[in-house]
Design a protein around this ligand. Structure first.
Ligand code: SF4
Ligand code: SF4
Length: 149
């Protein structure tokens, strides 16, 4: 079986103060169950109460993070384009840019490279194939999501 092109590793280093991938109106952050537990704990809340306060659902019932009603951007992005829950952020956020939808074709990867400065940084370090595989799986699990707590 042919290995995916990224198995050899990809240079990437997230840029401090960028926030571009969070700052997208209409962006959707899918959640795994352990994301909900971690974020509820971060806010010192019960998971049910946190889901009620900070989440909404897709049409098919999966929990996703709320967006600001005016900007339509993630509720956890502050005015300085920093994530206010960075150390507890959802696994799908930490998996970016190594999402299945970005890696699936040359065209989608080129779009991702053009979008993300961390993939264009001369000082970027190589993220190895195993690390990328873990991120791909994390993204897939988040996309699968959960509907009941
Ligand atoms: S767009 Fe890329 S460099 Fe910018 S915050 Fe997102 S992952 Fe980091
Ligand atoms: S949770 Fe944090 S990292 Fe994820 S989209 Fe929101 S601001 Fe960005």
């Amino acid at each position: 079986m042919q290995m995916p092109w990224w198995t050899e590793g990809v240079p990437f280093q997230c840029k401090v103060d960028c926030g571009k991938c969070c700052d997208e109106p209409g962006g959707v952050v899918y959640l795994q169950r352990n994301d909900a537990e971690r974020l509820a704990a971060h806010h010192e809340m019960e998971v049910d109460a946190w889901l009620e306060r900070d989440c909404r659902r897709t049409i098919d019932g999966r929990f996703i993070l709320n967006s600001d009603p005016i900007s339509d951007i993630c509720i956890y992005l502050d005015d300085k384009k920093q994530c206010t829950v960075y150390h507890s952020r959802p696994s799908q956020c930490s998996a970016f840019p190594f999402w299945s939808e970005n890696l699936r074709s040359n065209r989608s990867w080129k779009k991702t490279v053009d979008f993300c400065p961390g993939l264009q940084d001369e000082d970027a370090i190589i993220v190895n194939g195993n690390e990328i595989r873990i991120k791909v799986v994390e993204d897939q699990l988040a996309m699968k999501g959960f509907r009941q707590w």
